[in-house]
Design a protein around this ligand. Structure first.
Ligand SMILES: Cc1cc2nc3c(=O)[nH]c(=O)nc-3n(C[C@H](O)[C@H](O)[C@H](O)COP(=O)(O)OP(=O)(O)OC[C@H]3O[C@@H](n4cnc5c(N)ncnc54)[C@H](O)[C@@H]3O)c2cc1C
Length: 389
């Protein structure tokens, strides 16, 4: 089998250290061997390839930046980004699985959890023995999560939860849900465990995007949660937004993987597809498209690398993460659509990965803050005026 060689027009390789290259290479090979051969089947059948979960754990990809004492790899943020990039070259659903487990479940337990919660959950989530999900979005509150109506009420020995979440990645699969709810008017995080009476997580059907990923509703009807299951360090909307910041960072890197796969497919196809007696790669308009794609990949790669270096220095601003998420998702969608054009009718077949990536990227552009919300976040930063509050 031919291994993916990467797309690196600006010798970004020379800016990576040995650990970063090593983890990138091992995930790249894993995707070639374990994901690409099976993913179209799962996409067609609307299923997530559960058999890869222990392997993702063995590779140390869950919570990769967290401390070794919890069974994690304790690598830097650039390594984390490269992992996301390689996984999303396979499929956005696989990257979403690892993003949610790492940034939206392990990160909040690590950051806001008690020692008991960390000691119990983090090693199990790191190995993939347990699966988590993150419940913030509600049917009537997406871009404006602060308006949430899910409520926790103090009762003897714990809290009673009522409400519903929607669009929750891994919800049906999860052993533990990090759920955001208002307690006395203020947002807090709660760990809701599978099987708690009154809690259900039905799968949402009918998606045309992220079909190799499970998306669910979370329903809470008088769910009584023990006192020990509140995340004691969480307080206010800032807490879930801190988690989203981690996940958005991973998305900015991830979509470069989709772009690389679409560009690579289009380049190879254009060199071998002959029309009017010449390969279509020899025509100026095809070259313009390929150059545009490569140019956008290169810009996104450089944006990501500097973002990662700033994050490792503890200097990154959430608005910079918004810029990378906003730019890279939009450009990835453009690149996927251009790739589809270059493949002509073949571009719509699942024999090629481009239509799947294109459809996936519609979700990726929307979740973790839509393109418009990231525009307004950056707009507020540079003008001082909030256009959405
Ligand atoms: C496949 C998938 C998986 C997901 N996984 C999760 C998950 O695991 N956990 C979770 O909590 N959520 C998850 N989400 C939800 C996701 O984060 C939300 O869909 C997203 O935040 C947008 O919310 P919404 O869909 O309600 O859109 P809305 O907020 O209703 O927005 C609709 C449109 O209006 C625009 N808009 C809204 N407000 C403004 C404004 N002030 N100015 C200009 N334009 C505006 C938006 O940009 C968008 O274009 C997932 C979504 C998808 C599709």
């Amino acid at each position: 089998m031919q291994r993916f060689a990467g797309v690196d027009y600006f010798d970004i390789e020379s800016l990576l250290n040995e650990d970063e290259k090593m983890v990138r290479n091992s995930v790249r090979e894993f995707v070639d061997v374990e994901i690409i051969p099976i993913i179209e089947k799962h996409y067609r059948e609307n299923s997530f390839p559960m058999h890869i979960v222990p392997k993702l754990g063995e590779l140390g990809l869950f919570g990769i930046t967290l401390p070794q004492k919890y069974g994690c790899a304790e690598m830097n943020n650039v390594a984390y980004g490269l992992v996301m990039q390689e996984l999303e070259r396979g499929d956005s659903g696989v990257r979403s699985f690892v993003s949610v487990q790492s940034s939206l479940v392990m990160y909040p337990i690590f950051t806001f959890g008690s020692d008991e919660q960390k000691d119990y959950w983090l090693p199990k989530l790191a190995s993939g023995e347990k699966i988590g999900c993150f419940g913030l979005t509600e049917p009537d509150f997406g871009s404006n999560p602060g308006g949430m109506v899910t409520r926790a009420e103090k009762v003897s020995g714990g809290y009673k939860l009522n409400g519903a979440k929607m669009w929750i990645t891994n919800g049906t699969l999860a052993d533990v849900a990090v759920v955001w709810a208002k307690l006395d008017g203020e947002i807090h995080g709660f760990l809701v465990e599978k099987g708690m009476p009154g809690f259900s997580a039905p799968e949402m059907k009918g998606k045309h995007s992220l079909k190799a990923s499970v998306t669910s509703e979370l329903i809470f009807q008088d769910v009584v949660i023990p006192e020990k299951n509140i995340l004691p360090g969480s307080k206010g909307l800032k807490s879930p937004l801190m988690c989203l910041n981690q996940a958005r960072y991973g998305i900015a890197w991830g979509v470069v993987g989709s772009m690389m796969e679409c560009y690579n497919t289009a380049l190879n196809y254009a060199k071998s597809r002959v029309q009017f007696g010449k390969p279509i790669a020899a025509y100026q308009m095809t070259q313009e498209k390929l150059v545009y794609m490569l140019n956008e990949i290169t810009k996104s790669q450089l944006l990501n690398l500097q973002l990662g270096r700033l994050k490792d220095l503890g200097k990154v601003k959430h608005t910079q993460i918004s810029m990378a998420k906003r730019n890279n998702c939009e450009k990835a969608l453009e690149v996927a659509r251009m790739s589809r054009e270059i493949l002509g009718a073949n571009g719509i077949l699942d024999e090629y990965p481009v239509m799947r990536h294109s459809a996936n990227l519609e979700s990726v552009k929307t979740y973790e803050g839509t393109h418009e919300m990231h525009t307004l976040i950056i707009g507020e930063d540079i003008t001082g005026f909030s256009a959405f509050e």
